[in-house]
Design a protein around this ligand. Structure first.
Ligand SMILES: Cc1cc2nc3c(=O)[nH]c(=O)nc-3n(C[C@H](O)[C@H](O)[C@H](O)COP(=O)(O)OP(=O)(O)OC[C@H]3O[C@@H](n4cnc5c(N)ncnc54)[C@H](O)[C@@H]3O)c2cc1C
Length: 400
């Protein structure tokens, strides 16, 4: 039976960042990542918007507030050191009507509390930043929001991890726990000194094998994107609507990619199985029945109006609907320019089954044998480096 001092299940950005941090803290220990796919980063870490967020959406007491600002700075520095392109395009948050102005004020307060630069600007000023922007009276401008190519960044981190001595075993799937920290994988039995579960869409399930995640279930939400065929540079900055701060999604927005193209999305459409990217891909009957039953229960009663969210989001399978929503953010957003769907991503959103609510923050559970990273949702990519340090602090404290 093979052994490793630290074993991570999941080769996304969070798994790779934690593995590198562990290697820094425990240089003589063996560290191994098991990834079920043939490559790392085929799920959320390679299928996200690629936005390095600034950190003004979150209340100051949250992990997200703690890690986004520093995560943004550190990933930008990392990219600069590796010659990975960062499009420092900034971002506008625009309002549709008078009632949304109070939410702009709330975001200003949160930015101040979190030490994040954010400017409250007039409608005229917003036009100098992006002439196509549409807003009601005022807008916010975030100079530190940017975009990267998430696949490129992950590849660089993966190479660094390997060079630093982390072993990455792709095509190796965690199947179940045998006993204590011995696990059955698709390639045989494996014993972990300490096990870290960073399995994204499957993190809750694996956590339960170890006696954790009892109050939680992953509720997958699909993020669709539409790409514009306009030439690079047709939009200068990201444009976001005022979010509904009661749920963890930011609403359909316009993102400028690293090559200056524009994409629209992502949606947050309830998915019916965990990896329901396209058609019947990765179909699992057990997941379909469990998730359908759960969604039906939430339809009848939930603490976040799942019914309204689901009805609103399901309409976004329609291209005209998506484009019409985004057309309220900027001039010239027309259906003729948005013909190409992009690669969708699926959010591993955690549902608290006792409170019937969506968890808004990252969730960690563990003991002196294992640590389970639940709800590593947006802006998990931006937060990866400081979040990995926090996870390792927790592991250190469990091991001491
Ligand atoms: C549509 C969308 C848009 C987003 N936009 C942004 C954004 O703009 N900015 C931002 O900061 N964040 C964004 N996020 C969030 C960000 O992508 C995630 O927070 C981050 O990628 C989570 O990383 P992870 O390593 O936890 O998960 P993942 O990347 O999903 O990695 C988990 C890995 O575990 C593996 N795995 C699962 N089960 C097993 C098993 N049994 N055995 C072995 N391996 C297993 C999977 O194959 C997968 O590779 C977005 C997410 C989505 C879905």
């Amino acid at each position: 039976m093979e052994k490793s001092d630290f074993l991570l299940i999941g080769g996304g950005i969070i798994g790779i960042s934690i593995a590198r941090e562990l290697k820094k803290r425990y240089p003589d220990s063996s560290i191994c990542i098991f990834e079920k796919e043939l490559e790392c980063g085929l799920h959320a870490s390679g299928r996200n918007s690629g936005v390095l967020h600034a950190g003004f959406y979150y209340t100051a007491d949250s992990f997200k507030a703690k890690f986004t600002r520093d995560g943004n700075k550190r990933l930008t520095k990392y990219c600069d050191s590796k010659n990975i392109k960062v499009n420092k395009c900034g971002k506008l948050v625009v309002a549709q009507n008078e009632s949304e102005l109070t939410w702009l004020d709330e975001l200003m307060v949160r930015a101040k509390n979190n030490g994040v630069p954010l400017e409250s600007i007039t409608e005229e000023e917003s036009k100098t930043i992006e002439p196509r922007a549409k807003t009601f009276q005022r807008a916010l401008f975030s100079p530190s929001t940017s975009s990267v190519n998430p696949k490129e960044l992950l590849k660089a981190m993966q190479l660094d991890a390997i060079q630093e001595g982390v072993r990455i075993c792709t095509n190796t799937k965690y199947l179940h726990r045998k006993d204590k920290n011995t696990i059955q994988t698709s390639t045989g039995l494996f014993e972990a000194g300490y096990l870290i579960n960073v399995a994204g869409l499957y993190a809750d399930k694996i956590g339960r094998d170890f006696g954790f995640s009892e109050d939680y279930r992953i509720l997958p939400f699909k993020g669709l994107y539409l790409y514009s065929n306009e030439p690079s540079g047709s939009l200068r900055t990201h444009i976001y609507p005022v979010p509904d701060l009661a749920n963890p999604f930011l609403g359909v927005h316009l993102t400028v990619t690293t090559d200056g193209k524009v994409k629209l999305g992502p949606t947050a459409i309830p998915a019916f199985w965990r990896e329901q990217y396209e058609g019947w891909s990765n179909f699992r009957f057990d997941e379909l029945t469990e998730i359908l039953l759960r969604q039906a229960g939430l339809f009848l009663s939930s603490n976040f109006d799942f019914k309204a969210l689901a009805i609103r989001e399901l309409q976004k399978y329609s291209r005209p609907k998506m484009v019409s929503l985004a057309s309220s953010l900027a001039k010239g957003v027309e259906i003729k320019n948005y013909r190409k769907w992009g690669e969708p991503g699926i959010r591993a959103q955690l549902l608290n089954i006792r409170g019937k609510k969506l968890e808004m923050d990252f969730v960690l559970e563990g003991n002196n044998l294992s640590m389970h990273i639940l709800n590593a949702v947006s802006p998990g990519f931006t937060c990866a480096l400081p979040f990995a340090e926090h996870v390792c602090d927790q592991i250190d404290s469990k091991l001491s």
